[in-house]
Design a protein around this ligand. Structure first.
Ligand SMILES: NC(=O)c1ccc[n+]([C@@H]2O[C@H](COP(=O)([O-])OP(=O)(O)OC[C@H]3O[C@@H](n4cnc5c(N)ncnc54)[C@H](O)[C@@H]3O)[C@@H](O)[C@H]2O)c1
Length: 354
């Protein structure tokens, strides 16, 4: 018999996509939770849920014995406590990216995931973006030979969504809910840049060293750099570049170029078109007009992400995007931030659990 997933969703802004995905998959909705009663009511009505299925206190999800899987889509600072407690209560967990914001918190989550016998998956959603999925397929088929360089980005203007930083936010859950993106610990490279870092890790593996520079010219609301460029060394024959801007004056997109020994791919998270350049029959000349490989655009593809989570649970599979994977991505992000601060290269440390 099919495992009956009974899902709890905490945080309903990004979480609304997971709620949709869970329903689309055929999971039962146990409870939804949001601190904001209006947000909660909106989704209660949309999904025809009873009052008993809605709460503003997430521990009602934690303590509901029928709920066996929880999606955590709350501010990054809350992930650690929620993941640890949900796993300890015997729930499977899908936690939004970034796994957490500090080395201490990612280590604690990896350790909690190892100790539990539940599935713990991190929502690094770039790995479900349809354009990037197709690009990975082309690379794995050998269309461009071996990658020797890849560049990608996270360019997203936060100017209108940032509140001024207030340190008392840490003690007040309502303040946190409205200003969590301005926390100095939520550096743009970790908070949003983790999408680009995770994407490059998916294609190229774990960098052994990073060198970064930052500028702070666009977002006076925050104390951290709003633009960072990082060079990543994966091996002697493989390097990459990540650009993160949380103040950029252009619409959100993630232009990505993958350079291989036999060809090059140029693509973009928000366009369903991959430009493919390859060496022709003479073994030297490259086509000047790219071959176009097209896909239907699926950015923020929570439907396929949730499906993967559910299948891992139902088939008792090893989780591909596990806590360790999420921790590696955060560790690279933190190393980039540290390198820009110190003005010298930093080697990420990938040992997390005791
Ligand atoms: N995968 C992606 O592409 C993507 C996109 C956006 C955000 N995110 C991640 O998703 C998470 C949420 O981001 P968001 O954009 O939805 O943030 P948001 O601030 O827009 O919304 C968060 C929601 O959670 C609620 N909330 C806050 N604290 C809560 C608590 N203690 N209990 C219950 N509800 C609480 C808030 O009321 C709000 O409705 C973050 O970790 C963020 O980094 C991921």
């Amino acid at each position: 018999m099919k495992y009956q997933l009974v899902v709890g969703v905490i945080g309903l802004v990004m979480g609304r996509r997971h709620l949709f995905a869970a329903v689309d998959y055929g999971a039962e909705i146990g409870k939804i939770c949001d601190l904001n009663p209006e947000t909660l009511r909106k989704y209660q009505e949309e999904y025809h849920l009873s009052d008993g299925q809605c709460c503003t206190d997430w521990t009602e999800i934690l303590n509901d014995p029928r709920i066996n899987a929880v999606v955590i889509a709350t501010p990054d600072q809350l992930h650690r406590e929620m993941v640890e407690k949900c796993l300890a209560a015997g729930k499977h967990v899908l936690c939004e990216k970034p796994l957490a914001l500090t080395r201490e918190d990612i280590c604690a989550i990896v350790s909690a995931a190892k100790k539990s016998n539940r599935k713990c998956m991190v929502g690094q959603i770039s790995r479900f973006n349809s354009t990037f999925v197709k690009a990975k397929e082309l690379v794995d088929k050998g269309v461009i030979g071996d990658i020797y360089y890849m560049e990608t980005e996270y360019a997203h203007d936060y100017a209108t969504i940032l509140r001024e930083w207030d340190p008392s936010m840490k003690e007040d859950v309502n303040k946190l809910a409205s200003m969590w993106r301005s926390d100095p610990a939520r550096h743009g490279v970790v908070g949003g840049g983790c999408h680009a870092v995770d994407l490059i890790r998916w294609f190229c593996g774990d960098p052994v060293e990073v060198s970064a520079y930052g500028t702070h010219r666009l977002l006076p609301q925050v104390t951290y750099d709003d633009a960072t460029v990082a060079i990543l060394k994966f091996s002697d024959q493989l390097m990459g570049k990540v650009f993160v801007s949380t103040g950029c004056k252009r619409p959100y997109t993630r232009l990505t170029c993958i350079y291989g020994t036999k060809g090059t791919l140029v693509c973009d998270s928000t366009k369903g078109e991959i430009q493919v350049y390859t060496i022709g029959e003479d073994g030297v000349k490259v086509n000047e007009t790219p071959e176009l490989v097209t896909v239907t655009v699926k950015d923020h593809n929570a439907v396929d992400e949730f499906k993967k989570f559910a299948q891992h649970i139902e088939n008792d599979e090893v989780v591909e995007m596990d806590a360790d994977l999420g921790a590696r991505t955060v560790e690279v992000c933190l190393s980039i931030v540290r390198s820009a601060e110190l003005g010298k290269p930093v080697a990420p440390d990938y040992s997390f659990a005791d």
